[in-house]
Ligand binder design. Structure first.
Ligand SMILES: Nc1ncnc2c1ncn2[C@@H]1O[C@H](COP(=O)(O)OP(=O)(O)O)[C@@H](O)[C@H]1O
Ligand SMILES: [Mg+2]
Length: 320
């Protein structure tokens, strides 16, 4: 009888598998592995069911520990990109690992973080159209970012004719989530209801809804709530983390709007973030978050409060 083609390291040649596989796997213990080889190259690995369960648990834990959020209000000018930039930065300052994803072809978030001459290949484009893994992110002020490019508007249109077009970002992000690198992934969508925004809503665990303290914010609220319901059908795990009132001026009108939001949405309303054109206008051309440009300003303190609140909401698993 020929001697078995196995060795101490736990390998078994495929040519001997028919005769020996049953015997070898019966005695496989958790932590042990059996490499099946062909011409000396490992072609498959057998592990015990207990080991597989442990691996799946670890993967689930990594997936769960990364939270994906999207700032959502389909109205333009609601402060989505500003909030994503500053919240992202403050989360890093609280020790969180943050990945930003700019889905807006206008690429405001990208340029407001000082990133220029971005190539389409550095964006989500290939992951959405060709199902490739997401590209290596760029770095900005301690955050990782997958930037945007004007041609993403075409990408968004093409998703309409692709199978599962608006589910592809979620698939790409699952790989990132299971790597367990990031605590938070923040998505900045375009100011419109299209495939790119739906992609973000399908990939997200939470929405953060910025509401400007202006009549136009009140007008948009009904539509925002209807869209949240629609997205929840596509993505049943989706929750609103909170509504954050933005661009709060010191006017009677702004106070009335804030009261209306509080009456309608109760304690899901946080903020407000004050209207500070000087601060916002100066940060953008410098490519800096408020926390970097004005570290001691009360504008920053308002954002820091939102970042703390977000971490509390996520840790407690409570949401609107
Ligand atoms: N609190 C604020 N004070 C002053 N200007 C603001 C404030 N928040 C946002 N802005 C300005 O309002 C405009 C719209 O904000 P942005 O973040 O681009 O909104 P969105 O991404 O929802 O379209 C930007 O020019 C931004 O600088
Ligand atoms: Mg924007």
């Amino acid at each position: 009888m020929s001697s078995p083609a196995t060795d101490e390291a736990g390998t078994l040649s495929l040519s001997d598998a028919r005769a020996q596989l049953g015997e070898r796997v019966t005695h496989l213990k958790p932590g042990e592995r059996l490499d099946l080889t062909r011409h000396g190259k490992t072609v498959a690995t057998v592990i015990s069911p207990e080991e597989l369960q442990l691996l799946n648990l670890a993967k689930d834990a990594a997936m769960k520990s990364t939270k994906v959020l999207m700032c959502f209000n389909h109205a333009g000018g609601a402060s989505k990109s500003s909030t994503t930039r500053d919240l992202g930065y403050e989360l890093t300052q609280l020790g969180q690992k943050v990945l930003l994803i700019d889905l807006d072809p206008q690429a405001n978030l990208t340029s407001w973080l000082g990133l220029q001459n971005v190539q389409l290949s550095q964006t989500v484009n290939d992951a959405l159209l060709n199902l490739t893994p997401l590209p290596e992110p760029l770095e900005a002020h301690g955050m990782s970012i997958i930037p945007s490019h004007i041609d993403l508007s075409e990408t968004g249109e093409l998703l309409g004719v692709k199978g599962n077009g608006d589910g592809r970002l979620e698939i790409a992000l699952q790989k990132v989530r299971s790597a367990g690198i990031y605590d938070y992934i923040l998505i900045d969508p375009p100011p419109a209801l299209g495939k790119l925004t739906t992609s973000g809503a399908r990939a997200a665990d939470y929405l953060i809804v910025p509401l400007p303290a202006k009549y136009k914010g009140v007008e948009a609220l009904g539509g925002v709530q209807r869209m949240v319901s629609e997205y929840s059908v596509l993505n049943p795990k989706l929750r609103v983390a909170f509504y954050v009132v933005t661009q709060m001026e010191k006017t009677r009108h702004a106070s009335d709007v804030l009261s209306l939001y509080r009456q309608t949405l109760g304690d899901k309303v946080i903020g407000p973030i004050s209207w500070r054109p000087k601060v916002y206008n100066e940060c953008q051309p410098m490519g800096l978050p408020i926390g970097v440009m004005f570290p001691d300003d009360s504008a920053r303190a308002e954002i820091q409060e939102i970042a703390h609140k977000l971490m509390e909401v996520v840790a407690a698993g409570v949401y609107a």
